[in-house]
Design a protein around this ligand. Sequence first.
Ligand SMILES: *Cc1c(COP(=O)(O)O)cnc(C)c1O
Length: 369
Amino acid sequence: MSAAHPSKSLHPDTRAVALGRPDHEPGASVNEPVTFTSTYLADGPVSYARVHNPTWGALEEVVGGLEGGRALAFASGLAAISAVVAQVPHGGVVVSPHHAYSGTTALLADLAAGGAVTVRQVDITDTAEVVAALEGASLLVAESPTNPMLEVADLPALVQAAHEAGAVVMCDNTFATPIHQQPLRWGVDVVVHSVTKFLAGHSDVVLGAVVTPDTAGGAELHARLHAHRSSRGAVPGPMEAWLALRGIRTLALRMERSGRTAAELAERLSTHPAVGRVRYPGFGAVVAIEVAGGAVEAERVCAATSLWTHATSLGGVESQIERRRRHPAEVSSVPENLLRLSVGIEHAEDLWRDLSRALDTLVGGSAGA
Ligand SMILES: *Cc1c(COP(=O)(O)O)cnc(C)c1O
């Protein structure tokens, strides 16, 4: 892996392309190969592939370089989150948003049911409420923007309060991506990603990552998370790591296009007669809308689109639409008629035509604005 780049001076778009490649030497491969092996010949620096794989290493160099820290790849986003939560001492307090990713909420509920942790749920946008809940806490789970309500937290203020209370701060940066937000800059202790989503970007891989800062505390946490990955075994496959590495090369371009289209669609949606509330944090590629009517009407919109992909998940090059409450695990304060839109890289006018026509079916076929 190349360590020759003065990567700290490079822009994120460049880091996404330049990092995680073999050293520039005559005849060298331009790309990191996929290393399919379960073990390594004895007496070298590495011994077994549950502990080390060079293809993971290349991906980790890029993800770490983008977030400004050191990354570890995991088998999924949830495996990465599990590894961080597992660092909480038995019975410790975890402060977590009401509207975090439903898998995170379910994981914490499961651990709480077994007595491993105590969970205090908060409105992550209400800084005073979060600060009050931090007393005696071990971990603050900060997701910002949240999935699917797109709530934005005051991360610098929360980090300061959490550290004063002696809590570690984990930030799920899946929605913002390091193109829009690098939480380690605000003193966050560990960033987690569902690499499955925007980083890999093509809906063809499930993968996760954690990133710790280049500080003494960060190095210590990195070592513990690495030991956790090796001993619990939630390791990625080398092919998955390679696909994610291939996908992440275009992250900046994809986020630029998707973000521009998402902002445009959010604007137009706010004037459509079949749309009530539009949630868009002003950056990124996810928009949530509440449509006229309830669950049935919202499902009808999903069924009436043809270009938009009706499926769970997000962050692919193809635009995705889903009513989140169709999942029993989604929290009940997420409205029944809320549709999460993950905007891809198709032409904005094609996306708008398909979506606005689907929405028109709720208002007697009248033309949308
Ligand atoms: C999808 C998602 C996860 C879980 O990631 P997987 O790769 O599916 O395990 C975690 N956080 C957020 C915000 C997500 O959207």
